[in-house]
Design a protein around this ligand. Structure first.
Ligand SMILES: [Ca+2]
Ligand SMILES: [Ca+2]
Length: 469
């Protein structure tokens, strides 16, 4: 092989350096001269990834115009840790948030998506839920960085709830117009009608839907009656960790009650979808008001969920604390000025990426101390992105075992790639799934792996948990 002349190498390097400096200064200028975009971030509660198909207006107005991340995951399948990660861009292990708002209150709220965007000149509005138990412990508190604060004090209620409206507690009743998703939709539209065109905004909407009790708006009570529902549970759970086996043993009567009664089961599924129809209407309403006010061309809209809830496969009732995909995989869609229409991207993305993405789009130079990475390369040019991450991290921190069905998973950490999932529990139990041949995670192959592979998986998981990406 010929060795290139060192002098030629030097010249090429100098030329590249000059070129990159010119490119950098050009892109800075372009970035600075463009108006900063507005953001609307909608976080649904317990929505499984597949249920987007029951939102026809969202399909037409967002999905067909934008991007769908088909491999999107939360940092935790438990609500509060997951919401903490969306707000801070950090894993639960780095925020210390396990189950309650109290753990977010104070130090974790010094630097959130709201404070970062506020500092960058954004007007920030929160509508709907904030973080679990916020209303129980700090109902009058308005965290740093918010200009408009309309946070629900009572959780998981579709009627008869209170909202902290900029410091004033307002009670809503049980009339049709008090239906929470519509109340939030009207507030969002009102804000868009009065938005200051000179100042970018960040509108953060957290819906109750489709979380239980999954109360639909009356006009949707009879929707989806003709859609067949099929469900089944894993037959052989001898390969599963103790918590799955205990759950099945301890809750035979609950399972019989709920799942032996097909009408109840079907109602549960259909009511979740029915509540999403009101979210669908809200998105339609928001898009109309963006158009009407000339804001559509410079606004990004994102929709994601705080955790999944597949309701099938391994554990009946709720899969949302589980490490399986029905717990950690969520819908994640986006549309906006630099995003082409009708694109599906299968790169691994995490809710911990939302904060760095919005900061990047807002022109914030860098955000330190976050665990996620900006999704801007995928939003703008997904076909050309190489060297993207090959695994994502998720965990269940120690949570209080106060759930009604008592058998919850022990604390765990997991690594998921496109091809496999590896789970480590604090009990010493391990799971490994070949996701290519067993996408439903039915056969735990951990014991078939060589000791060397087992050790390497554990080391890789440690690296993933501790490394920032
Ligand atoms: Ca949730
Ligand atoms: Ca099995």
């Amino acid at each position: 092989m010929n060795h290139p002349n060192k002098k030629v190498y030097g010249l090429i390097l100098s030329a590249l350096l000059v070129l990159s400096l010119i490119t950098a200064s050009c892109s800075e200028r372009i970035k600075d001269s463009r108006p900063r975009p507005n953001f609307i971030l909608i976080v649904t509660d317990d929505q499984d990834a597949d249920s987007l198909r029951f939102m026809p207006k969202t399909q037409r107005r967002v999905i067909e115009k934008g991007i769908t991340f088909t491999n999107a995951y939360v940092t935790s399948s438990a609500c509060a840790p997951s919401r903490g990660s969306i707000l801070t861009g950090r894993y639960p292990r780095n925020t210390g948030i396990t189950k309650k708002y109290q753990q977010l209150h104070g130090i974790n709220e010094e630097k959130t998506i709201a404070t970062i965007l506020h500092k960058a000149g954004y007007r920030n509005i929160l509508l709907g839920k904030y973080v679990n138990q916020y209303g129980k412990t700090h109902p009058k508190y308005i965290p740093k960085g918010w200009d408009e604060w309309h946070a629900m004090i009572d959780e998981n209620k579709y009627y008869n709830y209170r909202i902290n409206e900029n410091g004033e507690i307002v009670q809503y009743g049980d009339a049709r117009e008090d239906y929470i998703t519509d109340v939030v939709s009207t507030k969002a539209a009102g804000f868009l009608d009065s938005a200051d065109k000179e100042k970018p905004f960040f509108l953060f909407i957290n819906t109750v839907a489709p979380h239980t009790p999954s109360t639909p708006a009356p006009e949707y009570n009879n929707e989806f009656n003709n859609i067949p529902i099929s469900y089944s549970f894993e037959d052989d759970i001898s390969d599963k960790p103790k918590w799955v086996q205990n759950f099945r043993m301890l809750n035979e009567s609950l399972i019989r009650n709920y799942f032996g009664n097909s009408q109840k089961m079907e109602d549960l599924y259909r009511n979740r979808w029915r509540t999403l129809l009101s979210v669908d209407d809200m998105i339609d309403n928001i898009m109309s008001h963006l158009e009407k006010n000339g804001l559509l061309g410079n606004t990004y809209l994102f929709l994601v969920s705080d955790n999944g809830d597949g309701l099938t496969k391994h554990i009946p009732v709720s899969a949302k604390l589980s490490p399986y995909d029905e717990g950690i995989r969520v819908p994640f869609i986006a549309m906006g000025p630099s995003i082409q229409g009708n694109i599906q991207v299968d790169n691994l993305v995490s809710t911990v990426d939302i904060l760095p993405t919005l900061a990047d789009l807002a022109g914030v130079k860098s955000v330190d101390n976050v665990d996620g990475r900006s999704l801007v390369p995928l939003l703008t040019n997904s076909a050309q992105v190489s060297g993207w991450r090959e695994s994502i991290f998720a965990e269940l921190p120690h949570i209080d075992n106060t759930w009604p069905w008592k058998s919850t998973p022990p604390s765990y950490q997991l690594m998921r790639t496109q091809k496999f999932k590896y789970i480590e529990y604090e009990t010493g139990e391990r799971e490994y799934y070949d996701l290519v041949n067993d996408p439903n995670e039915m056969e735990n192959l951990y014991n078939t792996l060589s000791p060397e592979t087992q050790t390497n998986l554990s080391l890789e998981l440690r690296k993933l948990a501790e490394g920032r990406q």
